[in-house]
Design a protein around this ligand. Structure first.
Ligand code: HEM
Length: 322
């Protein structure tokens, strides 16, 4: 019930325009994604290609000290996970140059509620807010291969140095299981006494394996989506969820600015994946992961991207499930 209310509240806010003559930012972004990638009925406007798997998460004692959220109580929490290729093209080649990969996790809590984490293989975001993301997409749409140089995209990237740096921070893994994924947006952990700690999530594989770009280009178009079921048939896959802790004074508002690499990292728990959803295509259509769907003990930071993302994901969900 709580979840339905949360989704309707987001849906409502995503439908209320900031100005009477302007669509809400989430809708503008989904329209811009459709311009870049085309409309593919039944598929997500972004991260259209993916695979759904199942497993469990077990929180660590350190996690339960930092946050009172029940996902960290140490019990085995069932999870549904969707790995994906970024972009809105459902048959994109998994090894496409510069293509980030996603990992979305839904934790099924004992009280029947759910909480989500939506991570990507970029180390930080190319822009700091929703308008920036919309403008990056519009510049991309206006810069086809035959566009005169410098293109609108060239101009955008030159004016936003974080964008090319962020896009260069990812490369093709040899498996969805051998990649690291980042939460990028800051969230706030709240402990039993109400003490708050800003964090950013990182999901670490047992081993990180990136391909040489020339080898990635030679891979079959579906090699990542095909490899995961084959790997799981041989045994479970493990990830370690970690939190990078902000130091006092670290900003939490701008997802294009990572915190210094020497910030403390805490092990939050172990994620074990043991099976593929037998009908992944049908399952992914019904699934909606929202970065702002949080459990008590985890709060949103002042990062404006979280609300923009919730709005856009709901618009995209509505269009792929008309
Ligand atoms: C303004 C910023 C962003 C916008 C507007 C945006 C937009 C979208 C949209 C429209 C979808 C499809 C949602 C659906 O149909 O369910 C999507 C999916 C996704 N996004 Fe974003 N995104 C943004 C930033 C990010 C960031 C910062 C991350 C990671 C930290 C991320 C990771 C993902 C992933 C992993 C998916 C696939 C989720 C799934 O498997 O259902 N996105 N995004």
């Amino acid at each position: 019930m709580k979840k339905i209310f949360a989704v309707s509240a987001v849906l409502l806010s995503s439908l209320v325009p900031a100005f009477a003559d302007e669509a809400p930012i989430g809708q503008q972004i989904v329209d811009a994604l459709n311009k870049v990638y085309g409309v593919h009925p039944g598929f997500r406007a972004n991260h259209a290609k993916g695979i759904v798997v199942e497993g469990t998460f077990k929180g660590s004692p350190d996690a339960s000290r930092l946050s009172k959220a029940s996902i960290f109580d140490g019990s085995a929490i069932p999870v549904t996970i969707r790995f994906s290729d970024a972009g809105g093209v459902p048959n994109v080649a998994d090894g496409s140059k510069g293509l980030p990969h996603g990992m979305a996790i839904k934790y099924h809590l004992k009280d029947g509620s759910e909480t989500d984490m939506v991570l990507v293989s970029l180390k930080f975001f190319p822009v700091s807010d929703g308008a920036g993301f919309r403008d990056l997409l519009l510049a991309t749409a206006a810069s086809p291969p035959n566009a005169p140089k410098p293109t609108k995209l060239d101009a955008f990237l030159a004016a936003h140095p974080a964008a090319p740096a962020a896009l260069a921070s990812t490369s093709t893994p040899d498996s969805f299981a051998d990649e690291e994924y980042y939460g990028i947006d800051a969230f706030i952990f709240v402990d039993k006494d109400g003490k708050k700690q800003p964090v950013r999530y990182m999901m670490q594989p047992e081993k990180l394996v990136h391909l040489d770009p020339a080898d990635a280009a030679k891979k079959a178009p579906d090699f990542l989506v095909d490899e995961l079921p084959a790997r799981l048939a041989k045994g479970p896959v493990t990830f370690h969820l970690q939190a990078q802790l902000a130091a006092p004074g670290d900003q939490t508002r701008d997802p294009s600015k990572p915190w210094p690499a020497d910030r403390k990292v805490v092990e939050l728990g172990t994620l074990t994946i043991d099976k593929v959803d037998p009908d992944s295509l049908a399952a992914q259509k019904k699934l909606l992961f929202l970065p702002g769907a949080l459990a008590p003990g985890i709060e949103q930071s002042d990062d404006p991207l979280i609300d923009v993302r919730d709005g856009a994901y709901v618009v995209s969900f509505g269009r792929r499930n008309p």
